[in-house]
Ligand binder design. Structure first.
Ligand code: URA
Length: 282
């Protein structure tokens, strides 16, 4: 009779292994000082009470969401937040004022989990403005858009047509990093939209370039995917005038699908040509 040895116990993961696992899974930011069992908090009200509970006004102390760090304001309901974003953005007379308003704005929940506001980089006098989707980890830490891997590729794309961050202006639809780089929700996008639209109006570029589908959907209101929409000139109404706008591939997409760099090159050349055509005669 042969004796089967018991299976060796699984090695206990080290703290380093666990952290690496969390980071790969996108869990890379802390929402509060203390760990919280979110499944244990707030038992659901009994069925008969649910309707009443939903209709009841929030007590004043409920300015914080359960689990929200003290000091962080609760985001307003989406409609109210969108309305107050519109109002705030409309009143900003300058880019500095807009940045200050955004820094004070509590209507978007992403602010609570982000490290920094990522407003813009580049030259506000530039004739071309590039708009991405939302900051990632590197941008969240530095406070500047497109500084990570896709930012390095964007810099190369700019350089290919004779531009850099002194001759281009760069921003995102969403100015706060979504936790774990998740996609921004439609509500978050709608809440942030008035701010980026006002930013475009204040920069007043001759040419606007939307990087990737989320940016072109939000700003140019294009429904199709980037493969169908890229490379075509559209009219964009800034609020004060109509400018030329184009959707092209997002550099993060090009890092995953380098084959599309060829098409991007066509778009970049069209952008360079448009800048040349609209340049004031010297
Ligand atoms: N991707 C974006 O859309 N924006 C950034 O700033 C960085 C990566």
């Amino acid at each position: 009779m042969s004796i089967i040895p018991p299976p060796a116990p699984e090695p206990v993961p080290s703290v380093r292994d666990l952290l690496a696992f969390y980071r790969e899974a996108g869990v890379d930011c802390a929402l509060g000082e203390a760990a919280m069992d979110r499944l244990a908090e707030q038992p659901l009200p009994a069925p008969a009470m649910r309707e009443r509970a939903a209709a009841a006004p929030l007590p004043p102390a409920a300015g914080l969401r359960p689990g929200t760090a003290p000091g962080a304001a609760m985001p307003a309901a989406p409609e109210a937040a969108i309305a107050s974003a519109r109002e705030a953005a409309r009143t900003a007379p300058t880019l500095e004022a807009l940045r200050a308003l955004l820094a004070e704005f509590d209507g978007c929940g992403l602010k609570a989990t982000a490290t920094r506001l990522v407003f813009a980089d580049g030259n506000p006098q530039a004739r071309v403005m590039f708009v991405g989707e939302a900051p990632g980890r590197d941008e969240d830490l530095s406070g500047l858009p497109f500084v990570g891997r896709s930012g390095k590729l964007l810099d190369l794309m700019l350089r290919a047509i004779g531009l850099d961050r002194t001759t281009a202006y760069i921003a995102n639809v969403i100015p706060w990093r979504p936790p774990g780089n998740r996609d921004p929700s439609p509500q978050e996008t709608q809440i942030c939209l008035p701010f980026i639209k006002r930013q475009i109006e204040l920069v007043d570029p001759d040419v606007l370039v939307c990087l990737g589908k989320p940016s072109s959907q939000a700003i140019l209101e294009l429904k199709d995917g980037i493969m169908r929409t890229r490379g075509r000139w559209r009219d964009y109404h800034t609020g004060t005038r109509t400018i030329r706008a184009m959707a092209t591939f997002h550099p993060a997409y090009l890092l995953r699908q380098p084959i599309y760099k060829r098409m991007t090159w066509l778009d970049l050349r069209a952008i360079a040509k448009a800048l040349h055509e609209t340049a004031a005669p010297s």
